[in-house]
Every structure is written in C-alpha cells, then in structure tokens.
Design a protein around this ligand. Structure first.
Ligand code: UT7
Length: 336
C-alpha cells in the first residue's frame, strides 16, 4: 500500500553508468554450438547478440559500471553512503559482491549489501535505496545491477543458452525536496510457489556441491520457458497497468516503459496493455539478451546518453523474474 504520510523528500536518479563486455556472441555463434537458428531466436525472443565477460567476475563488471558513472558526475566514490548490488551471480557466497565493489571503486565510507531478486533485482534494489534516502539518513546510494550469466549458463542447452548475457549498470540516488521528480511509487511482489519453474538447484544449503550435482548439471540455470512466459506476460502487463491507474496516468502521460529485457513478446504485450506505442518502449534486448539485474539500468543509461530521456519524463519500470518476483516503479526523470 502507498504510504499516507506526506513525504519530505523523494529519491531521484542523478547519474547513470554501464559496462558491457567486449566479446559478442551472435546468433550465428549459437548455430555452431547447439541445434538452433537465427530465425527461431529472433522471432521467439528478439535477441540478435549478447556479451560475455571472459576475464573477470560480477564485481569487476559492477565496478566498471560505477567508474563509468563517476566519470559523469561531481560526486566522488568516498561520498557514497550505501552500495546495493542486485545480482544472482555473486562472485562468491560471501563476502557480498557489494563489499568487493566498495573496495574496487574506493567508496571507503560506504556500507552495502547484495540483493537477490533475479530479474526483478534492480527494481527491488531501487526501491530499497529510495527508502533509505526518503528516511533521511542517507544522501548518496549507488544501486547496481550486475550479472555474469555466462557463469551459470549451460552452453549445451538450447532452451536457455541463447537467452542470457553478461553486463552491469548503475544509478546514483540522491534526495530532492522537489517532489515533482524522482521515485514516486512502487508495487513489488514475490510468489515463492514459482520456485520450480526457474532456478539454479545446487550449490546452496539445500543441495551442496557434490560430484553428483555437477554430473547432473544442477549448477546451471533451469527454466520451464513456457510456464514462465505465461505468468511473466500477465504479471508484467497487469502491474504496469495498475501502477499507471493508481497514479492517475494515462498512456499519453507515460514518456517511456522501461521493461526487463527477457523476451520481446512479453515487452510488446506489456506495452499494449498500457496503451503505449512502440517508440515509447526502451528496448536493447537485440544487443544484450537477458542480463538479469542489469537490463533496466542498461536501458536507462543508453537511452539517456542517446538524448532520448529528458528532465520531467515519466517512466514506468517493470520486471518479472525467478522466485517468482515481479513489480513496477513509477518515477519522473530528474536531470537533463
Ligand atoms: O527473465 C526472467 C523470466 N524469464 C522469462 O521471462 C522467459 C519466459 N519464456 C520465454 O521467453 C520463452 O518461453 C522462451 C523464449 C524461453 C521459449 O520460447 P517458446 O516460444 O515458449 O518456445 P518453447 O519453449 O515452447 O519451445 C518451442 C519449441 C520446442 O520444440 P518442440 O517441443 O515444439 O519440438 C523447443 O524444443 O522450440 C524448441 N526450442 C528451440 N528451437 C530452436 C527451444 N529452444 C530452441 C532454440 N532453437 N534455441
């Protein structure tokens, strides 16, 4: 439920940054390693290519995205209060990837933590960061989505290997007392009953790593694509429509839908439900595939840098992912 208390400040995005590894894996490459073809991949998913981090881990990509962000702002790493890293591919179980990023970027006054919500991770992290700022105790929060999906992808499984890619992206949240800007509303949900449709089964406390788990390929992504597709279409379309409705937004008031990039068909269904035309939908799934927690900030960074996002633009962010997790955030862009 939306809080009835009058807010004193909003959290607003004041800088963005990204990192996509250089190595490109196009659909032709996948034709050479599994039984697939470019036509199937493009028509079913919208993906043409994705990236692979050959040397380095999730924290390296995250740190590079943060360094890219710092090149565009006067804010210095040592001014950061909190770092939240949304990821399902942490460098290791512990310490948290946020600790490794803190050290790599020299944010010596920050605390931080990882947040695990799969493809909805960035939205959950953005709302968490916004709450820390709205509470008044913190002034500079870095929210990072970073996933090295290639580390948990089975490149012999055509059902999943063509879908995922590696990337990282970051946003800086700061407070503003001008409530016309910033994060205005969020609707976030989980339904753990969806756990069997999309997961990585082994390596945790339920099924610690053994020769058997490795032999049975339980350290890779498992997805029942059809099952997830059905709930993702409904979940993302419904939530995006609902957040518009409860904020009194008509389709013409929405400057952009910023959807998680899992499947172009899910994105189109969401846009259709919102009554938003294709030119108002941020899309880069063709270039990067599904980068899990990184997709939404990657879109924000690329569209902003292309001069397509302006101060005052209303954005609806929406995602659906493993858990199940899903949600939507309504924000007004705060800088040119
Ligand atoms: O990001 C987090 C949430 N995840 C999602 O939102 C993903 C949701 N799911 C999807 O996007 C889609 O279900 C997929 C893209 C994963 C799959 O598309 P689909 O249209 O649902 O295909 P399908 O799984 O129903 O498979 C249709 C056929 C099957 O063959 P048969 O059984 O009909 O003979 C598959 O074996 O396509 C086959 N197939 C492939 N063929 C060529 C599956 N993968 C491939 C492939 N190349 N890579």
């Amino acid at each position: 439920m939306q809080s009835q208390n009058k807010k004193l400040r909003n959290a607003v995005i004041t800088a963005v940054g990204m990192y996509a590894p250089e190595k490109v894996m196009d659909n032709k490459y996948f034709e050479s390693i599994v039984d697939t073809n470019d036509e199937w991949i493009v028509s079913r998913t919208g993906i043409k290519e994705r990236r692979k981090m050959e040397n380095g881990a999730t924290s390296d990509m995250a740190a590079l995205a943060c360094e890219d962000l710092f090149r565009t702002t006067n804010v210095k790493p040592e001014e950061i209060d909190v770092i939240i890293v949304a990821t399902v591919t942490p460098d290791m179980f512990f310490p948290a990837t946020a600790c490794l990023v803190q050290d790599k970027i020299g944010a010596k006054n920050a605390w931080g933590f990882d947040l695990s919500a799969a493809c909805s991770g960035f939205l959950f992290a953005l709302q968490t960061g916004a709450s820390l700022i709205e509470g008044g105790s913190y002034k500079k929060v870095l929210v990072v989505g970073s996933d090295k999906m290639s580390a948990i992808t089975d490149y012999t499984d055509r059902n999943t290997c063509i879908l995922f890619g590696d990337a990282a992206s970051a946003v800086l949240l700061e407070p503003t007392t001008d409530l016309n800007y910033g994060i205005k509303d969020s609707m976030l949900f989980v339904d753990g009953a969806g756990k069997d449709a999309l997961n990585m089964k082994a390596g945790g406390s339920a099924l610690p790593s053994t020769e058997e788990t490795i032999k049975n390929k339980l350290h890779y992504i498992y997805q029942d694509g059809k099952a997830v597709f059905k709930v993702a279409v409904k979940g993302m379309a419904d939530i995006s429509y609902e957040i518009m409705e409860r904020n009194g937004l008509k389709s013409e008031d929405v400057s952009y839908l910023v959807p998680h990039q899992a499947n172009l068909r899910i994105i189109s269904a969401t846009a259709q439900r919102m009554g938003v035309s294709e030119d108002k939908v941020m899309i880069n799934i063709d270039k990067y595939g599904n980068t899990t927690a990184a997709t939404i900030p990657l879109c924000l960074t690329e569209y902003y840098r292309a001069g397509k996002v302006k101060k005052g633009d209303n954005l609806i962010l929406a995602a659906f992912g493993a858990g199940y997790t899903w949600g939507s955030i309504y924000l007004t862009w705060g800088f040119d």
